[in-house]
Structures are given as structure tokens and as C-alpha cells.
Design a protein around this ligand. Structure first.
Ligand SMILES: Nc1ncnc2c1ncn2[C@@H]1O[C@H](COP(=O)(O)OP(=O)(O)OP(=O)(O)O)[C@@H](O)[C@H]1O
Length: 474
């Protein structure tokens, strides 16, 4: 009920006050109609005329005259407020709120406020469109954050690898945190995706984050998001973080060993409390996320050097999966090569090679003799390159990248029974030359030896063996 009894506008003359009130009513975005206690129309605003299609001629006449079905005069009698009354005149639809106007407990009139449903329909339509857009974005986001691999795609019969697959399959359905260790390119993300796809979270996002690729100063806001105006250049309205994106799914924290010590403490708190706080905000948001972390670093060593928090290591390392490097599972190379060849034809859209092209025996033996510092990723890149270069039905040594064949880094345990002696000899010589070239680059001395071994992608012990075998003084 509208009460005017306490209204004061002492500074204005009566005329001015009326003008003032009319201006207010006219500027209202809803339709307004006022009748006096006799049911005579005293005031209508332009929006009312627009919504109902009435004309200003109705002013000064009984409302029932221009609108015989009007309910407002009844409000004068029963003094009831009516809300959301649906009205339709021709093709005009609108809803009306009605209320009596009282001054000093006396009914002096009634007011009707109406809102066009055409407007509401339009807003509804807009809302629907926004909803559809949101759904599309959600789908897009889910497809961006989708895990593609399953355990079936993990190739290898090596004992260490099979053991890792076995454990991963057993723990996939649980929510236990997993730490995957192994050199770069060994398949850590492949494992993480397969675990996610085998879990009950498989229809939820899988969000990979490379902690080493994001500048430390940005990593916190990338992980946890930020609030409105959290810092200069911050997006208006703030930004959702990767943890929130991964809600109900899995977050894969790759290269966790590269995370700053300070951020490690914040991450630990998030893991313990299942709550995140966006940078610059005070409120916390609950999240349910499965954590899989990975690193090529020795985290125990980093703990000893005070560069990794021991408490975080224990929290992440509930299950440890170690993926052996490719040089320790060379028996898997032929099968990996076969699978890469098959996918190369389709992925690279190669038209110049037959679907059943292969790698010839000598080349395969060479691939098995190489140390693969970049592991399966490097093998895949090499085969993809050779697939583009191949002429005929089989990849030969000359189709491999020059850098690989010129700088052959071959393992001491070269098992190439089927290989012609000249190739073996050539490879031995190439290895010797390559080691000598690398020594020239780095120089001599114990530290330099380490650098040489590093550059060659082999251990110091292997380097010593090779030096002895090739009679190289160092
Ligand atoms: N056992 C395997 N079977 C089939 N493909 C594999 C296997 N291991 C690795 N790959 C392939 O090798 C490539 C590199 O794997 P992935 O990215 O998972 O390695 P990573 O250890 O996570 O590397 P990084 O530490 O550099 O991030 C991918 O294309 C992956 O599909």
C-alpha cells in the first residue's frame, strides 16, 4: 500500500511539487495509471499508453469508460493489492500490479503499474539464447579439457612399464593422489589421461597444467583465478582458475617440481581443505578435484635442497608411478614404431605412402640402438619426419633426420645381428666422432664430462664405458 502521509517537500511550491511528481511518473520505465477515489483517470505516463494502446483522451474520464474490463476500480472498494495480474488487449500482453493509495488512512485513489510481456518475452528469449551460448561454451570447454587416451593406447611389454600400467589401472577408480615420475616424453601425460578416462570422473574435465611453462608470477592466478580488480590489467569481473575449471574432474599438474616454494604451500592448503581462494578475494570456494602430478625431477633430492616441500611430496605421492625411459625398454620400439606409422598416415594426411608402409630392418635396428634422450616423443617426431621423406614402401636410414644419423648416439649394447657389418662399423665410427665432437665443444674436466654426458643424453657411467671402448682420452 502506498503511503504519502509522511511526504515533505517544503522548499517547493505546490505547483512545483506536482510538476516534480509528474516528471517522476513520466520517467518510469513501467506503465503507470492513477485513478482518484471516484475511478476517474487522473494520471497516465507515456509507457502506459505504449503498453496498453490507450490514448491520453482517457484522462479526466472514468476508467471503466475507456476500459470496461478494468479491475483497478475494484481496488478502491476492497482495498486489496493485486500483483502480477495477466491482461491481454488484442495482441498486447502485459502484467499489472494494483494498489490503493491512502492518505491519513483514507483511500484517495488507486495506482496501476504494468509491464509489457512483449518485453518479458524478449528478455526470456535473450536469456534462452544466453543459456544456449553458455551451454555451447561449456561443451567447447569440456572438449578442450578432454582426455583422449585410454590404457589400450599405452604401448609396451617392458616389465617396468607393464607394472606401471597395472598399478595405474588399479588406482584409477579411486580418488587417491598420484605422482608420475619419468623423463620428458616417456608418456606421463598419456598415463594421466588414461587414469582419468578409467575413473568415474571421465565425463568431467581433464585439465592439464604445465607448471614450468607458466611464469611463476602468473601461476597462482592461473591455478586459483582472481577476483574483480585483483591487479592492474586484470580482466573485468575476474577470471576463473584452472582448479575451478577442473571441478569434479581431474587436474594434471605437470612439472610440479618447478613450482615455487611459496605456491607449494598454497597448493598444499588447497589439497587439504578442498577449497580455493581466488587472488584478491576473501571468500573461499569449494572444489572437488582429483590431483595427478608429474615430474621429471627427483623430488626427494629437491626436498633435501629445501626446494620442494616434504609435506606436499607426501600429500601428492600417495601412489607413485614410474615410467621407464625408452632406452631401458628398447624391446618396445618395434611396436611403438608400428603404431606411430599407422597414425602418421592419417594424422599427417600422407598421400604418397601406401597404408602398409614399414621401416626397413636396418633402420629399425638403428632406431633400437639409439639412446632416445627425448624418449617416445622424440621417436614419434623422427618417424613423422621420415614418413614425410619416404619414397617407396619402407623408411630407410636416409629418410631419418640428418641430425639423428649424423650425430648418432648409439647405445653400447647394440644388438644388430641382422645388420650388415659395414653399417655397424659406420655407426661405431659415427658414435666415436660424435662423442669427440661433443668433447671438443665442452672441453675436459669432471664438470665438463657431466655436461658431455648430459648433451649426449647418457649417464656419466655410460660415457666412461664409451670412452674406454673407443679408446678416447679425456
Ligand atoms: N607407451 C606409449 N605408447 C604410445 N604412445 C606413447 C607412449 N608413451 C608416450 N607416448 C607418446 O609420446 C608422446 C609424449 O608423451 P607424453 O606427453 O605423455 O610424455 P610426458 O612424459 O608427459 O612428457 P613431458 O614430461 O615432456 O610433458 C605422446 O605423443 C604420447 O602419445
Amino acid at each position: 500500500m502506498l503511503e504519502f502521509s509522511n511526504f515533505e517537500m517544503t522548499d517547493l511550491s505546490l505547483e512545483k511539487q506536482i510538476e516534480w511528481w509528474k516528471a517522476i511518473v513520466h520517467s518510469i520505465n513501467d506503465g503507470v495509471l492513477v485513478i482518484d477515489h471516484l475511478g476517474i483517470v487522473r494520471l497516465v505516463n507515456p509507457e502506459y499508453l505504449k503498453i496498453t494502446g490507450c490514448t491520453p483522451a482517457m484522462i479526466g474520464k472514468p476508467l471503466k469508460e475507456s476500459r470496461p474490463g478494468a479491475l483497478l476500480p475494484e481496488t478502491l472498494i476492497d482495498q486489496k493489492t493485486r500483483v502480477g495480474v495477466y491482461r491481454k488487449t488484442g495482441d498486447r500482453e502485459y502484467v499489472v500490479d494494483m494498489a490503493p493509495i491512502t492518505v491519513n488512512n483514507q483511500i484517495i485513489g488507486a495506482v496501476s503499474i504494468c509491464k509489457s510481456l512483449t518485453e518479458v518475452h524478449k528478455l526470456n528469449q535473450e536469456l534462452k539464447q544466453k543459456g544456449e551460448k553458455l551451454e555451447q561454451l561449456q561443451k567447447k570447454m569440456n572438449s578442450l579439457y578432454q582426455a583422449n587416451y585410454t590404457f589400450k593406447q599405452i604401448i609396451g611389454k617392458n616389465r617396468g612399464l607393464k607394472e606401471a600400467v597395472h598399478v595405474a589401472e588399479r588406482v584409477a577408480e579411486t580418488d587417491l593422489s598420484i605422482l608420475i615420475t619419468g623423463e620428458s616424453g616417456t608418456g606421463k601425460e598419456l598415463f594421466a589421461q588414461a587414469i582419468h578416462n578409467e575413473s568415474r570422473r571421465k565425463n568431467q574435465p581433464f585439465v592439464p597444467v604445465n607448471c614450468a611453462a607458466i611464469p611463476p608470477s602468473l601461476l597462482e592466478s592461473e591455478l586459483f583465478g582472481y577476483g574483480d580488480g585483483a591487479f592492474t590489467n586484470a580482466k573485468k569481473g575476474g577470471k576463473i582458475g584452472l582448479f575451478e575449471m577442473a571441478n569434479n574432474g581431474t587436474i594434471f599438474l605437470d612439472e610440479i617440481g618447478d613450482m615455487s616454494y611459496d605456491l607449494q604451500a598454497k597448493l598444499l592448503r588447497v589439497l587439504q581443505e578442498s577449497k580455493i581462494r581466488r587472488v584478491g578475494e576473501t571468500n573461499e570456494r569449494r572444489i572437488v578435484v582429483r590431483i595427478i602430478a608429474a615430474t621429471h625431477r627427483d623430488l626427494q633430492q629437491l626436498v633435501k635442497k629445501n626446494r620442494f616441500r616434504e609435506d606436499l611430496l607426501y600429500r601428492l605421492n600417495v601412489i607413485n608411478l614410474h615410467i621407464p625411459p625408452l632406452r631401458e625398454r628398447k624391446e618396445d620400439i618395434p611396436e611403438l614404431v608400428d603404431s606411430i606409422l599407422q597414425s602418421s598416415v592419417t594424422n599427417l594426411e600422407l598421400e604418397h605412402v601406401p597404408a602398409d608402409y614399414t621401416v626397413d630392418e636396418q633402420t629399425l635396428a638403428f632406431l633400437q640402438s639409439y639412446e632416445w634422450p627425448g624418449n617416445v616423443r622424440e621417436l614419434k617426431n623422427m618417424i613423422d619426419y621420415a614418413s614425410c621423406m619416404v619414397e617407396g614402401t619402407a623408411i630407410k636410414i636416409e629418410h631419418l633426420p640428418e641430425i639423428l644419423t649424423k650425430n648418432r648416439v648409439v647405445s653400447p649394447s647394440l644388438q644388430v645381428n641382422s645388420v650388415d657389418k659395414p653399417l655397424q662399423q659406420a655407426m661405431e665410427e659415427a658414435e666415436k666422432n660424435f662423442i669427440q665432437e661433443t668433447i671438443k665443444r665442452f672441453g675436459t674436466g669432471i664438470e665438463e664430462k657431466k655436461k658431455v654426458a648430459n648433451a649426449l643424453g647418457i649417464s656419466l657411467a655410460t660415457l666412461y664405458n664409451k670412452l674406454k671402448r673407443h679408446h678416447i682420452d679425456f
